[in-house]
Write a protein that binds this ligand. Structure first.
Ligand code: UD1
Length: 404
């Protein structure tokens, strides 16, 4: 009998996580397989799959470029939700998604990560009596000011099957009273995509990536405003460089945190050039608070459009250090063996931390702390580290469990 699976994506990190799942599902359809990590199970013969995009991210370079590059099929349905407050995004998603569920009647709804689409659709599914599987379950920052933490807790609470990346996530769920048989440790699906795309990324030319995406870059001694300069592209291609990405509201929504972060960027850029692929939210807030021009004038800072998955991976592979508030980059830095400075005071991904044998330091947004951690990181070379089951085969284990 066919198993009917409906999976949901809404925002950029979801696309990276769903790509290997969609691929593994297509392969599993005609095979009788077994899986490691969960109990070995026979895989069902036929699967029907519907992919729903809530439309939370809609800019071509935040959405379509990821579908194209990662080989994700066109979504069967796009709810066209777009931007808005949390309440309006989630409310509109829930209303639209309920209609989809009533029409499709799947056996499982599969949600990934911790974005608004994840929580909104898992709630509706559970209310409609459809089983929910959550990929990347059990992560906890214990920081209730983060919308993502609320989304994680809500999603896990209503999910029937909690697919976790590591034993720390299992422990979080057990502490919350989740039954053992609802937890299935499958590994980290982000790393499936990293391993799958690594080869193609390695063949990209960093110079071409930067030239395509550059917005602004000011070389030393020549403060320029939004004038793309090849000088920094050449520096980056020839020497050590850092990458920075930021999008968390706590970092990018306030003038004072931007002041601190720009001060840190200014200091680090005296040591090495910095590539900053800027998220639309971060760019819009910088402009609103009147600091965009100041950012464009920082010597040795190269601002770019959001990059594709492979482009960012290529630049990450050759970077000396990464500064970020993204969860995915903390994990990728671990696998690539890159020092990662996380501009937050907590992380839901403790397996990546230096104190747990990883490459990631929590540095907050104090410019002195960031600079000290930057020089410490330069003095302590990192080696790649791979937690158990972060092996590129997580999606296969998920499919085996779902189709059993
Ligand atoms: C969302 C997720 C976050 C994830 C991040 C990755 C939630 C609560 N947050 O944050 O967990 O790490 O995506 O990028 O779901 N915008 C555009 N074009 C787009 C998308 C967004 O211009 O394609 C701008 C809009 O001004 C929008 C703002 O970015 O209001 C914020 O977008 P939103 O989807 O609400 O949250 P993110 O900050 O992207």
């Amino acid at each position: 009998m066919a198993v009917r699976i409906l999976s949901v994506v809404g925002a950029r990190p979801n696309f990276i996580k769903i790509a290997p799942f969609v691929r593994a599902l297509a392969l599993a359809t005609d095979s009788l397989g077994t899986a490691q990590g969960c109990q070995s199970d026979r895989v069902a013969k036929t699967v029907s799959h519907v992919l729903v995009h809530t439309g939370q991210h809609y800019d071509p370079n935040m959405s379509a470029s990821f579908f194209r590059e990662l080989g994700i099929p066109e979504p069967d349905l796009n709810l066209g939700i777009g931007s808005g407050s949390h309440a309006s995004q989630m409310g509109r998603t829930m209303i639209e998604f309920e209609q989809v569920l009533l029409a499709e009647r799947p056996d499982w709804v599969v949600v990934v990560g911790d974005v608004n689409a994840t929580a909104a659709c898992s709630l509706v599914a559970r209310q409609c009596g459809v089983r929910v599987a959550h990929i990347e379950a059990g992560l906890r920052s214990f920081d209730w000011t983060m919308p993502e933490e609320i989304n994680r807790v809500v999603t896990d609470r209503v999910s029937n099957l909690l697919l976790t990346p590591d034993h720390l996530a299992d422990e979080n769920l057990r502490r919350e009273g989740v039954a053992d048989d609802a937890i299935c440790r499958v590994g980290n699906i982000m790393i499936d995509t990293l391993e799958y795309e690594r080869h193609a990324a390695a063949s990209l030319d960093p110079r071409e990536i930067l030239i395509r995406a550059i917005i602004s870059s000011a070389p030393y001694g020549e403060p320029s405003l939004a004038i793309p300069s090849m000088h920094n592209v050449d520096l980056i291609c020839a020497h050590d460089y850092a990458i920075i990405t930021l999008h968390r509201p706590s970092n990018v929504d306030h003038a004072d945190s931007w002041q601190r972060i720009l001060q840190a960027i200014r200091a680090i850029a005296t040591e090495m050039p910095i590539v900053f692929p800027i998220h639309p939210r971060a760019k819009a807030r910088l402009a609103e608070i009147g600091l965009w021009d100041a950012a464009c004038r920082i010597p040795n800072l190269l601002l770019t459009q959001p990059l594709t998955y492979r482009e960012l991976l290529r630049l990450h592979m050759s970077a000396r250090v990464v500064l970020t508030d993204s969860g995915g980059l903390q994990e990728e830095a671990l696998i690539l063996g890159k020092p990662c400075l996380t501009l937050r005071s907590n992380t839901e991904r403790p397996a990546t931390l230096v104190e747990n044998g990883g490459t990631n330091r929590l540095v907050g947004t104090d410019p002195i702390n960031i600079a000290v951690a930057f020089y410490e990181a330069l003095g302590n070379p990192c080696v790649p580290r791979r937690p158990p089951l972060w092996d590129g085969h997580t999606a296969e284990r998920i499919c085996a469990r779902l189709l059993s």
